[in-house]
Design a protein around this ligand. Structure first.
Ligand code: NAD
Ligand code: GLY
Length: 371
């Protein structure tokens, strides 16, 4: 099956291609040779992690070398801990020692952690050099590799330091997804489901129809789900590149409760996707009272999440603790907790919900777990 191409066209930025399909990794070098920003780079630095390196580093290196590039690589530890100022510092030092100049380029080979970290070092080294995303998780293919948010974590919170820098190219090689475990797969599915609810009936009902194919990782269905998600995200980012126009916030659907669950349950107990899916269920239910969301949406969204391997979580906590965790989230403004609430599929609102209303709904949600 030939690769699909989506063009990301963001005002004020050079448009870039996202290529999606099996074999895209093997073609990385020849595509890089066609990119004006990369073709003449004297040196490419692949940044990857310790899980991805044994699986795909050789293929990436071979393809780039065959196209005539000089290639070096850095392997960082796998996991969120690598998104740190310390690891970024080690990479900056290594870049300087390798003698990378302003016309060099970075290739981020991995999931969202590698993508965010690599984008951050590329956007800051010598005040910014080109970078290419080669996402290898479903989440990175449908979300983090597109849109230009880069960053590292601080002890005080996730993604507190970062930049906006769009990649020059995104190579989403769907065959790399074969080695992804169920947990990481479901994380990507949660973001696809999120995108479909915010986007349109067309995307949502297509996904509902394709849910079994996606769960079975059928390549045609997976590639189309990635392409639809990328088209959706590109449109959102084109409308609000720096999350300053009240549009990009829609990408946080499900994340208000989701982040609180991750914090209170302890990071890693539930995957990000499982927590976001639970947050989507809660937000839709809250929306019934606050913005008139239809009960059918709540039910159909629940069915979609179930079929994508994102069942309702067997976890609850005191409503006051959950509200307090929401208030500590960096997305909270002036002590107000804001939710992206779907009025309908394809129609949403960012609403600052009163504490009393949140508590009432959290209690009902908690009670529904006990039954
Ligand atoms: P991740 O990068 O940690 O990858 C998950 C795990 O899968 C890691 O252990 C990784 O080594 C492994 N892995 C990666 N590819 C694999 C493959 N093909 N086969 C087997 N194992 C593989 O996590 P993620 O879910 O991809 O990304 C999460 C990160 O993305 C978070 O830091 C989050 O903040 C960030 N994020 C950024 C944006 C953005 O817009 N920049 C959007 C969403 C999320
Ligand atoms: N995933 C959040 C964003 O890109 O804005």
């Amino acid at each position: 099956m030939p690769a699909t191409k989506v063009v990301v066209n963001i005002p004020g930025e050079t448009p870039y291609d996202v290529r999606i399909g099996a074999g895209v990794l093997e073609g990385l070098g020849s595509w890089a040779k066609k990119l004006p920003a990369v073709a003449h780079a004297p040196h490419l630095l692949i940044i990857t992690d310790a899980n991805v390196a044994p699986l795909y580093l050789e293929a990436a290196r071979t393809s780039l070398k065959a196209a005539g590039f000089r290639v070096s690589d850095i392997v960082v530890p796998a996991g969120e801990e690598a998104k740190s100022v310390a690891v970024a510092g080690e990479i900056w030092d290594a870049m300087a020692q390798l003698g990378l100049t302003r016309d060099a380029a970075v290739v981020a080979l991995g999931g969202g952690v590698v993508g965010d970290l690599s984008g951050f070092v590329a956007s800051t080294y010598m005040r910014g050099i080109t970078f290419v995303q080669v996402p290898t998780t479903l989440l990175a293919m449908v979300d983090s590799s597109v849109g230009g948010k880069t960053g590292v974590n601080l002890d005080a919170g996730k993604n507190l330091v970062g930049t906006f820098k769009q990649p020059a190219y995104v190579a989403a090689s769907t065959d790399t997804l074969a080695t992804l475990d169920e947990r990481e797969w479901a994380c990507g599915c949660a973001e696809i489901a999120k995108s479909s609810v915010i986007d349109s009936d067309e995307f949502f009902f297509w996904l509902l129809e394709q849910a079994d194919a996606l769960a079975a990782r059928d390549d045609a269905g997976v590639s189309e789900a990635i392409a639809r998600s990328v088209v959706f995200k590109a449109g959102v980012v084109a409308a609000d590149k720096t999350e300053s126009r009240g549009v990009r916030e829609c990408l946080n659907y499900g994340h208000t409760l989701g982040h609180a669950i991750e914090t209170l349950a302890g990071y890693g107990v539930y995957s990000h996707g499982a927590a976001v899916a639970e947050g989507m269920r809660f937000a839709a239910q809250l929306g019934v009272d606050v913005v008139g969301t239809s009960p059918e949406l709540v039910q159909t969204q629940g069915e979609l999440l179930d079929r994508l391997g994102l069942p309702s979580l067997p976890w609850s906590a005191p409503a006051e603790d959950i509200l307090a965790a929401m208030k500590r989230d960096k997305k909270t403004r002036s002590g107000e907790v804001r939710f992206v609430l779907p009025r309908d599929i394809g129609s949403w609102e960012l609403v600052a919900v009163e504490d009393a209303v949140i508590l009432e709904h959290l209690r009902a949600w908690e009670a529904s777990k006990v039954r």
